[in-house]
Every structure is written in structure tokens, then in C-alpha cells.
Design a protein around this ligand. Structure first.
Ligand code: HEC
Ligand code: HEC
Ligand code: HEC
Length: 286
């Protein structure tokens, strides 16, 4: 994985000789002085790359050199990461440690600060006034998919339990099955009403009509697509009984992967659907 990123950077470094001349306005002299100390190291690292003097680059030019390929012009998003990073409050942990499928970026703290100011110059993305569906597309789709059917960064969540979804959104969630980490969102960023609208929209998806389809929609994230346990570690294969657990749930701490399960009433998953799910579970070989 790291190899691939390293190649991307090399290609970028070679291809951006013309950036040195672009907008320097946000450079300040103290950043320049500190960067001068790093210059020898940079030169040594980039011996034959023809890279311009990095201390001459503005936040925008540094952004274009190090981030744009994956985050698009002005941080508005690209194929690799469709979400906007304009106004993102603190990029330094991401730059230093990476996250999920983003590898760490090899730049100095001064360069990080310049990129940070550049991104902040757009202001923090304001979601007020947007409906829940638009908020979903801006904030969730890059990991869970435009249609919420999942991507390599996050589960399908079309039929996520409303209370569980709300808890996860407010508290965030480290990936166990998936590589990244889901950030937490406060009510100032995404309101309760927007979450309710989002949930309503998610549940408009075509409802499965078979036992397997229902199992995949409501149970597979936690018990595994093969029903052999998933992150809950509760194997359901060949068990034909789930009635009580579905209606009553388990535990009360959604942070626990192995002791919490939400409950569904007969409006949310009908009696007939529970029977279908049970039949499907029972039909799976032990
Ligand atoms: C090679 C591609 C790549 C490069 C280069 C890259 N990123 Fe990322 N970035 C990603 C990916 C992929 C993610 C999603 C990570 C995950 O799986 O959680 C991400 C996530 C982020 C996020 C979090 C977004 C959110 O809404 O949670 C920020 C902020 C960010 N990157 C900033 C930067 C900055 C600043 C740079 C340049 C210094 C940069 N990235 C360079 C691929 C890249
Ligand atoms: C940076 C990628 C990312 C973004 C953005 C993101 N999530 Fe997640 N989400 C994840 C990861 C990773 C998990 C945990 C996966 C695991 O357990 O391995 C997760 C888990 C969830 C779960 C629990 C799924 C389950 O069945 O265990 C829900 C619900 C959820 N996210 C909803 C949302 C909503 C709603 C948004 C937008 C407000 C959102 N997510 C934004 C990555 C993301
Ligand atoms: C958010 C995760 C989550 C979802 C969604 C979920 N479960 Fe669970 N389930 C669990 C956890 C965790 C346990 C174990 C609880 C414990 O033992 O404390 C469990 C336990 C069970 C048990 C009892 C197993 C035993 O041996 O005691 C059954 C049956 C069950 N789940 C069926 C289902 C079915 C059917 C669905 C879909 C309608 C479903 N679960 C959805 C997490 C989940």
C-alpha cells in the first residue's frame, strides 16, 4: 500500500516544477526562516527530482502538490475521497499518522500549517439549511456509498437501526471490519432533524422480500454476511430462533461490539419478516 502512495508522490514531485512561481501571498517570513532549516534535508531527499525550493510555496501550492490528486481542486473532493475537506479543523493528525486508506504525508509542520490555513480560508463547511439527504451525500457517502450500499471504507447502512445510527454519528466509531475511522459529528454540525430526515430517506430503499435479503439488510453488518459471527462473534448459522432477541435487543452500550444489539418492534421488522429471517438462519449449515 505505502509503495503505491510513494509512487504517487514521486510522480507529483517531478511533475510540479512550475508551482514555485505561483501565488506566494500567504507565505510569511517566519515560516520561511524555519523552513530554511529543513532545506538541506529536503534537497538530500529529492536529490534529482528537480523539486522547487519548498519554502517558497504557498499553502495553496503545497495543497496542490501534496493533496489535490486525492482531494480535488480547493479541497472539494475527487474520486479517491469525494467528501469536501474545506474548513477541516485539524489536519495534522491525518498528515502525521494517516487514517484508514490515507497514508501519512511527508511534509514539515510548517508546511502542514500553511495547508491548514489554506483549507480554513474557505470557512468550515456549513450544513445548516440542507436537508438530511444532502447532508448524507456530503458527509457520509464517501465511506458508505451514494446509495448507502457500502464501499470499501464502510458498511452498507440502508437499514441501519435509527437509535444505533444516531449513537454512532454522535460518538464516532473506529473501524474493526473496515480500515478507517468514522468521525463523530456534534448537533451543531448535523442537527437531530437532519439525522431524522436522513434515516427516513435510508429506509425508503427497496425492502428485501426474502429471508436472506432481510438478513443481509438488518443483521449481516454485525453477525457477518455468512452469519458466522462477524464482529458480534455470535454465530447464527443453523439457529432458527431470533424472535426474543430481535424484539428485546441486548445490552445498552452501543460501543460494545459483542454485547449490544438494538431491538426492532413489529412495525420496523414485521412478525412475518422475523419468521423469514429465522427460516433463513436455520437453513444455513452449522
Ligand atoms: C493518495 C491519496 C491522498 C493524498 C495524497 C491525501 N489524502 Fe487525505 N485522504 C485520503 C483518503 C483515501 C481519505 C479517507 C481516509 C479514510 O479511509 O478514513 C483521506 C482523508 C482525509 C481527511 C479526512 C476527511 C474527513 O471528512 O474525515 C482530511 C482532512 C485529509 N484527508 C486531508 C489531506 C491533506 C491535507 C492532504 C495533503 C497534505 C491529504 N489529505 C493527502 C487520500 C489522500
Ligand atoms: C471516514 C469514513 C466514514 C464516514 C465519513 C462516515 N462513516 Fe459511518 N462508519 C465508518 C466506519 C469505518 C465504521 C465502522 C466500521 C467497522 O465497524 O469496521 C462506520 C460505522 C457506521 C455505522 C454502524 C454500522 C454497523 O452496522 O455497525 C453507521 C450507522 C454509520 N457508520 C453511519 C454513518 C453516517 C450516518 C455518516 C454520516 C453522518 C457516516 N457514517 C460517516 C466510516 C465512515
Ligand atoms: C448492531 C449489531 C447487531 C445487529 C444489527 C444485530 N445483532 Fe444480533 N446480536 C448482536 C450482539 C453483539 C449479540 C450478542 C449479545 C450478547 O450476548 O450480549 C447478538 C445476539 C443475537 C442473538 C442471540 C445469540 C445467542 O447465542 O445468544 C440472536 C439470535 C441474534 N443476535 C440475531 C440477530 C438477527 C436475526 C439480527 C437481524 C434482524 C441481528 N441479530 C442484528 C449484535 C447485533
Amino acid at each position: 500500500m505505502k509503495w503505491k502512495w510513494a509512487l504517487v508522490f514521486l510522480a507529483l514531485a517531478v511533475g510540479c516544477g512550475d508551482l514555485a512561481g505561483s501565488d506566494n501571498s500567504s507565505n510569511n517570513s517566519s515560516a520561511n526562516n524555519q523552513n530554511a532549516n529543513n532545506q538541506n534535508a529536503n534537497n538530500a531527499n529529492n536529490a534529482n527530482s528537480g523539486q522547487p525550493n519548498r519554502s517558497q510555496l504557498s499553502g495553496q501550492a503545497l495543497y496542490e502538490q501534496h493533496c489535490q490528486v486525492c482531494h480535488g481542486p480547493e479541497g472539494t473532493g475527487a474520486a479517491v475521497w469525494t467528501g469536501s475537506i474545506q474548513g477541516y479543523p485539524d489536519i495534522s493528525p491525518l498528515v502525521t499518522d494517516g487514517r484508514g486508506t490515507m497514508a501519512p504525508v511527508n511534509i514539515t509542520p510548517d508546511e502542514t500549517a500553511l495547508i491548514q490555513s489554506y483549507l480554513l480560508s474557505f470557512g468550515e463547511e456549513d450544513l445548516t439549511g440542507l436537508n438530511g439527504v444532502a447532508v448524507y451525500q456530503k458527509k457520509c457517502a464517501s465511506c458508505h456509498g451514494i446509495g448507502a450500499a457500502g464501499t470499501e471504507l464502510g458498511f452498507p447502512i440502508r437499514f441501519a437501526h435509527p437509535d444505533f445510527l444516531k449513537w454512532v454519528v454522535r460518538n464516532g466509531r473506529p473501524g474493526v471490519v473496515y480500515p478507517g475511522e468514522m468521525p463523530a459529528y456534534t448537533a451543531d454540525q448535523i442537527s437531530d432533524q437532519q439525522l431524522d430526515e436522513m434515516i427516513e430517506w435510508l429506509h425508503l430503499a427497496d425492502r428485501p422480500t426474502t429471508g436472506k435479503g432481510l438478513y443481509d439488510a438488518f443483521c449481516a453488518n454485525c453477525h457477518g454476511t455468512d452469519a458466522r459471527g462477524g464482529y458480534s462473534q455470535k454465530n447464527l448459522a443453523s439457529r432458527a430462533e431470533a424472535w426474543e432477541t430481535i424484539r428485546e435487543g441486548e445490552g445498552s452500550n452501543p460501543a460494545s461490539r459483542t454485547s449490544y444489539m438494538p431491538s426492532w418492534n413489529s412495525m420496523e421488522i414485521t412478525d412475518a419478516e422475523v419468521r423469514q429471517i429465522e427460516q433463513y438462519m436455520g437453513s444455513l449449515p452449522d
